[in-house]
Design a protein around this ligand. Structure first.
Ligand SMILES: Cc1cc2nc3c(=O)[nH]c(=O)nc-3n(C[C@H](O)[C@H](O)[C@H](O)COP(=O)(O)OP(=O)(O)OC[C@H]3O[C@@H](n4cnc5c(N)ncnc54)[C@H](O)[C@@H]3O)c2cc1C
Length: 473
């Protein structure tokens, strides 16, 4: 195996020192490492991110920079086109290789191709590693060698595969002398501002505490409580898995250790249910890898060209985004998202189905809105979740199974605790009133709005659109 005098470690979505495969390998094989992060240079609005996520990124970089310094290195920050910045740095430090962890997103993969080409043209090594997932899309196929389109058989195979072990934390780093570096990025660099507190403390240390909480307090009862949006009994590790402030191997193995140590079958099953969510993450990443067109169009070709309403400046779409639809569960979810950069999974499904099936707005518009607000915004999972809800995706809810927001409320927030948490104007309202439309044509509270649509009518409209499309094609 080659050894090097100086290499570059290109940090991307692996902002940690613990269990970081490429960084660990670099530390074993090089005398000096130049740790680099290249900040993107767009400004203003971005379809795939927003102030909260950029703030989480900035905080995680600040934490990483401190951690790198503590072990003797210095994080180099550059801004602009990653390829150009890497090219410049390769020359500056006379790097013998570039190390990085592979990104599952199509945009990241495009960049990687160019970096491999750059290294080849410079006659240096390009060392890339599997780190972001337990199993890469190329590892899991059906018996006939095709990608899975349905989750359950995928997940069986996924569980059967041996899981990669964690690698050690990098404990020492020698970086070459003074190198030109920009200050740590701030969200103002992207022309953004962010008011309020981030719900999740960014960085590897805080992520470790979240994982401890998840293992000690959440996953043992996960199967039972995860669907209660008020109980908020999920791990909250999404943003850490997105930015790599935690390694997915560590999450899986900590859960597995707890599962093996569990005394009851119900706890073991519950932890298994949690591990299955990591399988969903990798299923959607595999779907995106094998069918990258899902970012542009419906996964299920049968539904391409279905009639959608153009949201344009549509008032209903704006009301959905702002949490003013008059459907308490929808408004609670959308306000939670706006205020915290998070929304409970069950409510993500209900709000997504409402936008696509009650307001007839194409899932792409909701997909982008979520990416701009979710701290855990992950292209593959978000696209998968939206297409699932719209009925157009891989292993999606069939189009005719349209969730009723009123009955969903009765099932998952019967006492209205989640709704009251996010909609103060409903604090004194009897929660029974959240489970059916106001029959008397009057708002359920003075300062709350009437429902903007009739769910029954819109359900019929959706069924008619799907049916007409089916008949015409
Ligand atoms: C419309 C819609 C949009 C979504 N957008 C995203 C997104 O942008 N990013 C994202 O990570 N998840 C997304 N999800 C999936 C899910 O809602 C979140 O992963 C989960 O709510 C994050 O909270 P948690 O970390 O507490 O999850 P937990 O329930 O504790 O799960 C642990 C981890 O497993 C993964 N996971 C859990 N559920 C799913 C799922 N259904 N699909 C894929 N991975 C899953 C996530 O990485 C999550 O952090 C979306 C779901 C829907 C219906």
């Amino acid at each position: 195996m080659a050894h090097y005098k100086t290499v570059i470690h290109w940090f991307r979505r692996d902002l940690r020192l613990t269990d970081n495969v490429a960084l660990y390998d670099a530390s074993e094989r090089a005398e000096a490492i130049v740790p680099l992060y290249v900040a993107s240079e767009w400004e203003g609005e971005h379809a795939w991110t927003g102030p909260g996520r950029q703030a989480f990124l900035c905080g995680s970089l600040t934490s990483l920079s401190k951690d790198v310094e503590q072990i003797g290195g210095k994080l180099v920050i550059r801004r602009g086109n990653a390829l150009e910045e890497l090219e410049r740095l390769i020359d500056e430090v006379e790097a013998g290789a570039v190390f990085f962890n592979r990104d599952p997103d199509p945009f990241g993969k495009e960049e990687e191709k160019k970096v491999r080409e750059l290294c080849r043209s410079r006659g240096i090594d390009c060392c890339d590693f599997q780190d972001v997932v337990l199993h890469e899309p190329g590892e899991i196929f059906t018996g006939s060698g095709t990608p899975y389109k349905v989750y359950t058989p995928y997940s069986k195979k996924w569980f059967d595969e041996e899981k990669p072990e964690s690698v050690e934390r990098v404990r020492a780093m020698q970086s070459p002398g003074e190198l030109e570096s920009l200050p740590l990025p701030k969200i103002e660099d992207w022309g953004l501002s962010f008011e309020g507190d981030l719900l999740r403390t960014p960085g590897e240390k805080a992520a470790g505490k979240r994982l401890d909480r998840a293992v000690e307090e959440v996953i043992g009862e996960y199967a039972e409580t995860r669907n209660d949006p008020f109980a908020d009994a999920t791990s909250h590790l999404g943003a850490d898995l997105r930015y790599g402030t935690l390694s997915v191997r560590e999450v899986y193995h900590r859960a597995e250790k707890a599962r093996k140590a569990a005394r009851s079958e119900s706890v073991r099953n519950s932890i298994n249910t949690f591990q299955k969510q990591l399988g969903w993450r990798e299923f959607f990443m595999a779907v995106l890898h094998h069918f990258p067109e899902v970012l542009e169009t419906d996964f299920n070709a049968d539904w391409r060209g279905l009639q959608w309403d153009d949201p344009g400046d549509d008032e209903k779409f704006t009301k959905w985004k702002e949490g003013r639809t008059g459907f308490p569960i929808i408004d609670a979810g959308m306000r939670q998202l706006a205020m915290t950069g998070y929304m409970h999974n069950r409510v993500r499904m209900i709000t997504a189905m409402f936008l696509t099936k009650d307001l007839h707005v194409h899932w792409k518009h909701g997909e982008s809105h979520f990416m701009q607000h979710l701290l855990d915004g992950e292209i593959a999972n978000n696209n998968g979740g939206w297409q699932w809800s719209a009925g157009t995706g891989a292993d999606a809810a069939p189009y005719f199974r349209i969730q009723n927001p009123w009955t969903q409320t009765g099932r998952y927030d019967k006492e209205g605790r989640y709704i009251k948490r996010w909609i103060p104007e409903l604090e004194k309202v009897d929660p029974k009133r959240f489970t059916k439309p106001p029959g008397d044509g009057k708002p359920i509270a003075d300062d709350y709005v009437l429902p903007i649509v009739d769910h029954g009518d819109e359900r019929e409209e959706t069924l008619a659109r799907f049916k007409a499309h089916k008949e015409a094609s």
